[in-house]
Design a protein around this ligand. Structure first.
Ligand code: BTN
Length: 349
């Protein structure tokens, strides 16, 4: 009935799309039913009440209930009483992510996928097509997740895999600091949501009780003297079964659920993380030194004797600090100083 709409201005276009796209209507009604059922957790809601509140038929209510069950919700249906949610699946829903979002930039635009090769690769493509700063690509699983130093990032269900598009107006040599900024945001979100002592191991691993729980991978597109865009990729082990990781990795990795002692609500975690990224990104743009101070407060590398494997070379010495570009400063046995920009660190004491 709205087919005759003219696509003259932005709001009219949106209205036309909403009016003629049955999938969007279906999802909207399903979300409304879900919200009403969540609100009445303590009691049942009848098909008739739901139908009346939303303005659809009881048959349509039933179809939406079936669709929610298909997603993994367990819904109790009792004749003459109605429906009640018994349990929710551990899946991310875009409507939940959008609701409760307190940020102005980060996560204002979200692409949520059940599977992708790599959120970083997709976000890089989207950024080069002009997608805005703050857009986040999230996937439930990755088939070709990328780690640092050309490693793979195994990406089973239950965790978080996301990439944030940033367009900072900074000199190219300052770009590595974005990863440090991201590590501060991730460690802070873990501390707040899970109440555990997340720590940063240089350059961008997040550790809990000495085991890796998260890693960051930053990719950049730049001209000679100007950054076009940066993609901040973040992988966090949240609720996965640790046994899905191969032997050799599972011993040195952990999950937020294991450390907190219970499963973590990934939507609540993402809201906190988006707020943290927004806060620390703004801080970084106005005063990078503030981010470095916070990174130092949260890190477990500085002050330790370390062994560093960097670009095929093995170094040993005391980790003395990081410089203004985020490089690790090592004091070697002979007293000489080295500034390391990439590598793997093993803490020796
Ligand atoms: C590391 O090696 O520690 C970095 C791992 C980064 C993994 C994340 S998961 C989301 C994003 N997409 C990718 O392909 N990699 C990053």
């Amino acid at each position: 009935m709205f087919r005759g709409c003219k696509k003259k201005n932005g709001s009219r276009v949106v209205f036309c799309i909403l009016a003629t796209n049955p999938i969007i209507w279906f999802t909207m009604y399903k979300d409304k039913i879900l919200n009403l059922l969540r609100l009445s957790r303590s009691g049942f809601l009848s098909g008739e009440e739901l139908a009346k509140k939303i303005g659809i038929s009881r048959t349509m209510v039933w179809k939406h209930i079936k669709s929610l069950e298909f997603e993994g919700f367990v819904i109790e249906a009792v004749p003459s009483r109605g429906y009640q949610i018994s349990s929710e699946p551990d899946i991310l829903r875009k409507s939940d992510l959008v609701r409760g979002l307190k940020t102005k930039i980060i996560g204002r635009k979200i692409q949520l996928l059940s599977q992708v090769v790599s959120t970083n690769t997709l976000a890089m493509e989207m950024a080069s097509k002009g997608m805005p700063e703050g857009m986040v690509v999230i996937a439930e699983t990755q088939t070709g997740g990328k780690g640092r130093l050309n490693r793979k990032w195994i990406s089973p269900k239950g965790n978080l895999y996301l990439s944030v598009i940033l367009r900072p107006n900074i000199p190219i040599h300052k770009a590595p600091l974005i990863t440090l900024m991201g590590a501060v945001a991730v460690a802070s979100a873990i501390r707040t949501v899970c109440n555990v002592q997340a720590a940063i191991k240089w350059p961008n691993d997040i550790h809990l009780r000495g085991k890796k729980v998260s890693g960051l991978l930053t990719e950049m597109s730049a001209e000679q003297d100007r950054i076009r865009h940066i993609v901040l990729g973040i992988g966090i082990n949240v609720n996965m079964e640790i046994n899905v990781l191969q032997v050799g990795i599972r011993e040195i990795a952990t999950t937020l659920a294991v450390e907190a002692g219970h499963n973590i609500d990934r939507t609540i975690f993402l809201h906190q993380l988006f707020q943290g990224i927004e806060h620390w990104y703004q801080e970084f743009l106005s005063n990078a030194a503030g981010v470095l101070t916070e990174w130092e407060r949260l890190n477990v590398t500085i002050g330790n004797r370390v062994m560093v494997s960097s670009l095929g070379e093995m170094l040993e010495g005391l980790a003395q600090g990081i410089d203004s570009e985020g490089r690790l400063i090592i004091k070697q046995e002979d007293g000489s100083m080295r500034h390391i920009s990439a590598g793997d660190v093993t803490l020796k004491s």
